[in-house]
Design a protein around this ligand. Structure first.
Ligand SMILES: C[S@@+](CC[C@H](N)C(=O)[O-])C[C@H]1O[C@@H](n2cnc3c(N)ncnc32)[C@H](O)[C@@H]1O
Length: 186
């Protein structure tokens, strides 16, 4: 699937919006590693936090079942505009913050999510936002659900382990900067 935003426009958003946080979209090596041992085809409701220009979004759409839904929650308006150019009826793009996952799910007619993927920069958030996002995500996940978090460090682990019993760590060096991946289950 073609990219939704040019490198130049992505760079412009990085300069204007500190929450974009990464100079480059995630590499396909890292996207592939984040989904290692994850059967995307088995999920009906998937949520993405901070999809940016869609590096993960496109791969998930390629692997999702035809009757599944992907809710992409993004705060940056230009990224939202770019994501809305992706022509796929399974994709719901929402200009909002990850903390509002529960009301966003309900507004769209869903009770829970099977998989949540997060690329939002944890270190840039206020402490109460980190705590709330992890707590609300756990509450929104179905019992067999998975929360996949990718960051520039394992800093998020200390928040994740307050809500999740099992956290598998992974690492992808072929990314700028190298990517730290946490797959969390109840
Ligand atoms: C590091 S970029 C990741 C972009 C993309 N997922 C990728 O892997 O290339 C982080 C993204 O999270 C978005 N973001 C930051 N805080 C957010 C929040 N509270 N809720 C939703 N999106 C947020 C930013 O606007 C940005 O697009």
């Amino acid at each position: 699937m073609a990219r939704a935003m040019s490198n130049m426009e992505y760079l412009r958003q990085f300069i204007k919006d500190k929450n974009v946080a990464s100079l480059f979209p995630t590499s396909q090596f890292a996207v592939k590693r984040a989904f290692k041992n994850i059967n995307m085809n088995g999920y009906k409701v998937i949520v993405e936090y901070g999809p940016g220009e869609g590096a993960f979004t496109r791969r998930m759409l390629d692997r999702m079942a035809p009757d599944a839904h992907l809710i992409a929650i993004e705060t940056n308006e230009q990224m939202v505009k770019a994501l809305k150019r992706i022509n796929d009826k399974r994709l719901i793009v929402v200009n909002d913050s990850a903390e509002n996952i529960q009301s966003i799910l309900h507004k769209n007619g869903f009770d829970s999510a099977d998989c949540v993927v997060s690329g939002i920069p944890f270190t840039f958030l206020k402490r109460h936002q980190r705590v709330n996002i992890v707590k609300y995500t756990r509450e929104a996940l179905s019992s067999m659900g998975v929360f996949i978090v990718y960051q520039n460090s394992y800093y998020a682990v200390k928040y994740l382990e307050k809500e999740f019993n099992h956290i598998a760590r992974d690492f992808e060096p072929r990314n700028i900067p190298p990517l730290f991946i946490m797959r969390c289950r109840l």
